[in-house]
Design a protein around this ligand. Structure first.
Ligand SMILES: O=P(O)(O)OC[C@H]1O[C@@H](O)[C@H](O)[C@@H](O)[C@@H]1O
Length: 253
């Protein structure tokens, strides 16, 4: 259930590395992988959890709704593989709705078990851009951020817009419901709206870190900016029998 392509006016909006591997075992380098139940390093499983390396069930194949929108639904349930890393029952439902210039993502995590679940969640969106150095991201002014390029030190953002001119790996906390990213494909703007996803990660490996990523070309870094809506700086605590719901809307402006 990794979205690997989204075209608006026949123009691709998502970055996927030329070296991405589609073997169904590793995470795909680009598009929009789902990060669950762990953002970042994980002592009992792979970085960013198992959801991006599992085969999800297609619950509802793409179908045109009366409105003209197209809807598809995916589901991931716990299984032997997920239980080997995280021994809990869960049901993850992922509903995608495609509109003319929008893509909607609706996530729900249900806890059918008797124990409380604790997890982090994130949509790892790789936007395709002509040159990341010319992009501006709004909405972070005043927010604190964890800077993973500086051993996780905590800072406060003072800029009206965030720009990316070097290796960047930041978790912005308690960000507003909306970000605008300028200068994406065709010089347009991208609007990101998010609900119940309180944090926003901004990532670009830049040239040196790019060399350390096997499924990524070192010359590709100017062509992506990851702006990732998530619930990651504190875990979601989900008591038995309850549901966590979150969503994201991407819109080409
Ligand atoms: O190489 P991965 O596992 O797909 O992760 C890519 C990046 O994902 C970002 O979300 C993280 O903040 C970075 O620390 C990480 O390097």
């Amino acid at each position: 259930a990794t979205v690997v392509s989204w075209r608006v006016n026949n123009q691709e909006q998502l970055f996927v590395s030329k070296q991405a591997i589609f073997d169904g075992k590793r995470a795909i380098r680009g598009g929009i992988p789902v990060v669950f139940p762990q953002f970042g390093e994980w002592s009992t499983g792979p970085q960013h959890g198992f959801a991006r390396i599992c085969r999800w069930e297609l619950k509802k194949p793409p179908e045109r709704l009366p409105t003209g929108d197209v809807e598809a639904m995916f589901q991931l349930l716990d299984n032997e593989f997920t239980r080997s890393m995280w021994n809990y029952p869960f049901s993850l439902t992922y509903r995608l709705i495609l509109r003319e210039k929008e893509l909607h993502f609706n996530i729900s995590v249900y806890n059918p078990g008797a124990e409380t679940l604790s997890f982090t969640f994130l949509l790892h969106t790789y936007f395709k851009v002509p040159d990341v150095r010319r992009c501006q991201i709004t909405g972070m002014r005043g927010c604190t951020y964890i800077d993973k390029t500086r051993e996780g030190a905590l800072y406060q953002e003072h800029r009206d817009v965030v720009t990316v001119n070097e290796w960047t790996d930041r978790i912005y906390q308690n960000t507003p419901l909306e970000h605008i990213i300028t200068n994406v494909v065709s010089g347009r703007k991208m609007r990101m709206q998010k609900y119940n996803l309180v944090d926003t990660v901004v990532w670009n490996p830049w040239v040196e870190k790019a060399k350390e990523i096997p499924d990524f070309g070192e010359e590709e870094f100017p062509n992506l900016v990851c702006v990732e809506a998530g619930h990651v700086s504190s875990p979601v605590i989900l008591p038995p029998g309850t549901v966590f719901e979150a969503s994201q809307i991407l819109q080409v402006m």
